[in-house]
Every structure is written in structure tokens, then in C-alpha cells.
Design a protein around this ligand. Sequence first.
Ligand code: T46
Length: 133
Amino acid sequence: MKYSIINIKTIEAEQCGRISFFEGLHDLPFEIKRIYYISGVPEGKMRGFHAHKTLQQLLFCPYGEIEIILDSGEDREHIILNRPDQGILLTSGLWREMLWKKSDSVLCVAASDFYDPEDYIRDYDRFLAFRKS
Ligand code: T46
């Protein structure tokens, strides 16, 4: 399975919260070309159900709790994102599903490329064929 959990640099201020930060190329293995975030999802709802042919991404959840289900075509792994100082670095070629464990959790993503609908594989059988090729 080609993913890693990374610690996002975080500085705590006494009784005044914390600040977390990362930089493309320095803290991630790619230049950041796009940022997007997903909000307003009710508890128990799922998104995703696709893979990317080339895109690499850092997923993190600065507020709430989201389960990320990763599928390599052979194994499935479940990872909980619920800390502002932690993220999942995803390489391409992994099927992902995201389950909102708490309403209003926010999923933030730093991506290695601009939006390209051609980079998506949204059919699971096509994904399995892509993995074998
Ligand atoms: C991913 C997971 C973690 C755009 O027009 N531009 C964008 O940059 C993005 C991300 C989406 N869109 C459009 C494409 C669809 O018409 O927004 C609509 C919803 O996208 P989608 O159904 O792909 O959303 P999710 O939550 O299933 O997946 C998203 C990302 O698309 C995907 O790359 O890895 O979050």
C-alpha cells in the first residue's frame, strides 16, 4: 500500500491554540499546485470511490474526524484522521473512500497537480484492471 502518515509541523501557544504548517517540496515530495477542502458533510456520509492515475495528495483533517479507506486492489486499510498535526500522503493508484465520522469535519487536501477529470478512475473494475496493467 503506497501511503504514509506524516506529522505536520505544529507549534503550540500557551492557552492560545496551535499553528500547523507545511511547504511543498520541503515537507512534501511534490510541488503543491492545488488546495481544496470538503466541508458540510453529515455524519455517516461517504465520498470518494475513485482512484487517481498520477495525482499525489496530502489529506488532513484539522477539525473533526474522518475515516479514510484505502484500497490497493489487494488490501484495504482504514485510517482515522482526527488531528491537526497529522496527514496521509497518498501516491497515485489507490482507490479511496472517505467516511465522515463526525458532522462538519473538514477534509483538506494539498495536491500535486491541477484538476483534471481524466486523471480519475471512478469505476472499481477499471481500477483493478489499471492496477494489473
Ligand atoms: C480526492 C478526494 C480525497 C473540481 O471541479 N475541482 C477540484 O479541484 C475538485 C477536487 C473537484 N472538482 C469537482 C469535480 C466534481 O464535479 O467537484 C465535484 C466533486 O468532486 P468529487 O466527486 O471527485 O469529490 P470527492 O470528495 O469524491 O473526491 C475529492 C477529490 O475530487 C479527489 O481528487 O482524492 O476528494
